[in-house]
Design a protein around this ligand. Structure first.
Ligand SMILES: NC(=O)c1ccc[n+]([C@@H]2O[C@H](COP(=O)([O-])OP(=O)(O)OC[C@H]3O[C@@H](n4cnc5c(N)ncnc54)[C@H](O)[C@@H]3O)[C@@H](O)[C@H]2O)c1
Length: 300
């Protein structure tokens, strides 16, 4: 994709974000972040580019990195051209990504915008005096930061607690984007396919609903029996875990937990099962362990 296409995508997103662009106009007059540095660790893609430019128009110096694996290089180029300091590269190597995260915190930002708790976790190890607080975007970050509450001792707005985030993003947007990614990346159908969704929280509900709406037979596995009952009353199958794994053509993890699907499941898998992780961290599916197994055959 060339720069002109990226620019037009970001401008198109900007036209769709009328609330944000209204705030941007207001911020350029009121300059609420004058003399402040904002450090961010959120996905770097067209929608967040609009957010970062809005913060800059409020007077902030913005130092930005992305999340593991999702950084879009064209968005980075766009941000650099618009005065945002970006320290990020598209990588699936956690150690490379950690370098970028550490560099953001080393700038001692006054505010942090985090997604997954990466920046606040680094701050907790080496606190500095001027941090005012910040935001955490997602369920996994909330889980990670909760035990550090006293250590952090700063106001952190958890966006995930917003009811609108719960239904508008987690349920509707994540559900649809996981479904759409499956369609686009596999070029396969869903009609009559058997889908198992691990985790029936806000995101899992959306995933399950989207696949069911596309004529798949959907099973749900959740560690919480009350949530499992909810899935049952919503009309989903709720078999025991082993049956749900063995029955599936497609397995989606949406739990915020680790090692939901591992090499121990291989004997139960259908040949050719498609594994999808929608959780924030890529550790819900033990990919390296699965790939290292002799029963897994690499197909080009
Ligand atoms: N892909 C995206 O764009 C996107 C967007 C928002 C959130 N997320 C991530 O998706 C994940 C889920 O978020 P959520 O808001 O639905 O969380 P949630 O807390 O609402 O739901 C998680 C569900 O998983 C269940 N669960 C936990 N451990 C389990 C296990 N071992 N087996 C089966 N079920 C288990 C819980 O009981 C709960 O019902 C998080 O990692 C979150 O950060 C991703």
């Amino acid at each position: 994709m060339d720069n002109r296409t990226t620019k037009s995508r970001i401008e198109w997103v900007s036209e769709s974000c009328r609330l944000l662009t209204g705030i941007e106009r207001e911020f350029s007059e009121t300059r609420p972040f004058r003399d402040l540095t904002i450090g961010t660790g959120i996905h770097l893609e067209p929608k967040t580019a609009v957010l970062l430019c809005t913060l800059k128009s409020g007077g902030a110096r913005v130092v930005a990195t992305g999340n593991l694996s999702s950084t879009q290089p064209e968005t980075v180029d766009y941000l650099l051209a618009h005065g945002i300091e970006v320290i990020a590269e598209q990588t699936i190597d956690q150690s490379v990504h950690d370098l970028s995260l550490n560099q953001i915190v080393a700038e001692t930002p006054d505010l942090l915008l985090d997604n997954g708790g990466d920046l606040f976790a680094i701050y907790a190890e080496n606190p500095y005096p001027n941090l005012l607080g910040g935001t955490e975007e997602t369920a996994s970050g909330r889980m990670r930061l909760e035990p550090m509450r006293e250590q952090l001792n700063k106001p952190i707005l958890v966006i995930n607690d917003s009811p609108i985030k719960q239904f508008a993003e987690n349920r509707h947007a994540v559900g649809q984007s996981i479904f759409e990614s499956y369609m686009r990346l596999t070029n396969r159908s869903t009609n009559g396919k058997r889908v198992t969704v691990f985790g029936y929280g806000a995101c899992g509900k959306g995933v399950a609903a989207n696949f069911r709406n596309a004529n798949a037979v959907v099973s749900v596995v959740d560690v919480d029996p009350v949530t499992t009952l909810e899935a049952h009353l919503d009309g989903f199958r709720t078999p025991l875990r082993q049956e749900a794994v063995g029955d599936a053509d497609i397995i989606v993890t949406e739990t915020g937990s680790v090692n939901i699907v591992t090499a121990a499941d291989i004997p139960d898998f259908k040949d050719g099962v498609i594994l999808i992780n929608g959780g924030h961290f890529p550790t819900e599916i033990a990919v390296s362990e699965l790939c290292a197994s002799r029963s897994v055959v690499r197909r080009e």
